[in-house]
Design a protein around this ligand. Structure first.
Ligand code: DSN
Length: 453
């Protein structure tokens, strides 16, 4: 008997995604092939362990020609081993890494596995302040890792929106961290990786870690520098944002890759093997093989020339949208964007909080999220800002004209919010206008269908 309730909701969600435009910068639309791999019989299979670590640096055919070493704790791995080996090899090629671990279930799991691989309880990590664009897993007191390790936060410069590298260096010298972590979920500059590497080299045994979850697709497509090319030891990411794969995590590193069955010496050179042991059995059990298959498909797609074009288009669309919004009076943190993401201070632009704008945009089928801005004085649920990005709408094939259109809609929606907020008019007096904008959004959405559904 079919569970109609859930399948009806899946149909309803398809319709929501088709008729609206996704502007949340951490979301994207995957291909039919990624969806098919996720929904495949690999979900039935347990594969604790690894598919061997040897000969993973060649082409797909070379990788498939090697008989995997039996490093699994369950039988029946003829196909799973090949799937995971392809995923690893493709990820290594894409990100110029010596090593890839494709098993983390999420970005949070990937980060925790790296901490667990390199740190002892009480060790210090220097990460970006959550309120300045960092991520919960970079030391927020509400997380498990903050109970284990000592997180110290560096911030961004409110004028430039960029990392305050002088402060970062001062804190690094003062606290001698075992990890310096560059990563964020609301930051629109390109980090100065070289400067951070120079700082890290002054600190003994300091692991340089980049959490590039937001920009991994831009890195894969050559539209953003790769921290591993600049001397970082480890890069973590999710696979579902700009990288446009299934929901999941990934760890990449530079160093010597050894058998995870044997504990290596605790050195930066051995970080790949320390990470493998930390993912399994350190912090996770059975890998999600259907998701790993879908990651492999996404990496295959990201190796194509079309993906390079896509990555560059994401950034150029973000710049057009940011310029349009600036012209309309939206104050963008840092004055613009260098990646896919735009963070706007709604309070100083229009005197309304970000939640009011988020709710108004939802009414016409434009989805983004309210977000804190640096040094925000408002609470997290009704913060001063909104955060939007161009990864998903670029997947649908939109370009300059649509970015300008979205900017125009947002200007009008902000004006409507202000008039309602000031008590001049009620929302019902805008019902017809909102329905007209909703219809325009639907029409554009129809011209640029969501792939895969
Ligand atoms: N929740 C993600 C984001 O929206 O940026 C980060 O994990």
């Amino acid at each position: 008997m079919k569970d109609n309730k859930i399948f009806d909701l899946i149909e309803a969600e398809k319709q929501r995604q088709s008729e609206g435009l996704e502007l949340i910068p951490s979301e994207n639309y995957v291909s039919r092939e990624v969806l098919d791999a996720m929904g495949s019989v690999f979900t039935n299979k347990y594969s604790e362990g690894y598919p061997g670590f040897e000969h993973l640096d060649g082409s797909d055919d070379e990788v498939l020609s090697v008989e995997p070493a039996n490093h699994r704790y369950y039988g029946g791995q003829q196909n799973t081993d090949k799937v995971e080996r392809l995923a690893i090899a493709r990820a290594r090629r894409l990100f110029h890494a010596d090593h890839a671990n494709v098993q983390p279930h999420s970005g949070a799991q990937a980060n925790n596995a790296v901490y667990n691989a390199w740190l002892k309880p009480g060790d210090t990590v220097l990460g970006m302040n959550l309120g300045h664009g960092g991520h919960l897993t970079h030391g927020s007191p509400v997380t498990q890792s903050a109970k284990i390790y000592n997180f110290v936060a560096y911030g961004t410069n409110p004028e430039t929106g960029d990392i305050d590298y002088d402060e970062l260096e001062k804190l690094a010298i003062q606290y001698q961290p075992k990890i310096i972590l560059i990563g964020y979920s609301a930051f629109s500059k390109i980090p100065d990786f070289d400067r951070v590497v120079k700082i890290g080299q002054k600190i003994p045994d300091c692991l340089l870690m980049a959490d590039m979850a937001h920009v991994a697709g831009l890195i894969a497509g050559g539209a953003h520098p790769n921290p591993l090319d600049h001397g970082f030891h480890v890069m973590t990411t999710t696979t579902h944002k700009t990288l446009r794969g299934p929901r999941g995590g990934l760890i990449l590193s530079r160093g010597t890759v050894g058998s995870p069955l044997k504990k290596p010496e605790h050195t930066l050179e051995n970080i790949p093997t320390l990470i493998d042991r930390s993912v399994f059995p350190g912090t996770q059990g059975g890998p999600l093989m259907h998701i790993i298959a879908a990651k492999a498909v996404a990496f295959y797609e990201a190796e194509q020339v079309s993906f390079q074009n896509y990555a560059h288009d994401i950034v150029s669309n973000a710049k057009v949208l940011a310029d349009t919004l600036t012209t309309h009076g939206f104050k963008i943190v840092g004055g613009g964007t260098e990646n896919h993401l735009i963070l706007i201070d709604m309070m100083s632009s229009f005197g309304i909080d970000g939640k009011i704008m988020e709710v108004m945009m939802d009414k016409v089928g434009l989805t983004l999220n309210a977000n804190a801005i640096p040094n925000d004085t408002l609470p997290p649920f009704t913060p001063s800002g909104i955060r939007l990005g161009t990864a998903a709408i670029t997947t649908r094939g939109m370009s300059r004209a649509e970015m300008i259109k979205i900017g125009d809609w947002m200007r009008r929606l902000a004006e409507i919010c202000v008039e309602i907020h000031d008590g001049k008019k009620t929302e019902s007096s805008f019902a017809n206008e909102l329905e007209a904008i909703r219809e325009e959004v639907r029409q554009i959405a129809e011209i640029f269908p969501v792939p895969g559904i």
